[in-house]
Every structure is written in C-alpha cells, then in structure tokens.
Ligand binder design. Structure first.
Ligand SMILES: [Zn+2]
Length: 71
C-alpha cells in the first residue's frame, strides 16, 4: 500500500443512498454526476458502507474539477 499525505479518503461524501448506481460504481463523478473518462479521474478510496447487518465497500470516484467536493 502506498502512503499519502493527501488523504482523500477523509473527504466527506454525499450519502450513498442519494447517488445513482453509476456514481456508486465509480463510473460517474460523485459530486457532479459527469461521466468519468480515463485520465480525468480522482480515486477517493474505498469507503465502508453499512447496510442493515453487514458492511461492504464502495469505491467512489470524482472528476478532476473538485476532488474534495469543492464547487
Ligand atoms: Zn465532478
């Protein structure tokens, strides 16, 4: 695992329930919903997602415009 001082995994995201399936799959930007193209993607890291009695992970991604959700 690479270490980073730029900890994007600490960025607060929209609630997963408010996102589209494409956003949940990392196909669209979690912030603006734009379709992500190779080379213009910021990986926000795996996020724990608790659902009833089990926990899973999802892998949100963002476009380069606002990797931290800044509008
Ligand atoms: Zn975006």
């Amino acid at each position: 695992m690479a270490t980073t001082t730029d900890d994007l995994t600490a960025v607060e995201l929209p609630l997963i329930g408010t996102l589209t399936q494409r956003q949940q799959r990392g196909q669209d930007c979690v912030w603006c919903g734009i379709t992500l193209a190779a080379g213009t993607v910021t990986d926000l890291g795996p996020r724990r997602y608790r659902r009833a009695d089990w926990v899973t992970y999802w892998f949100p991604r963002a476009c380069k415009k606002h990797p931290r959700g800044e509008q």
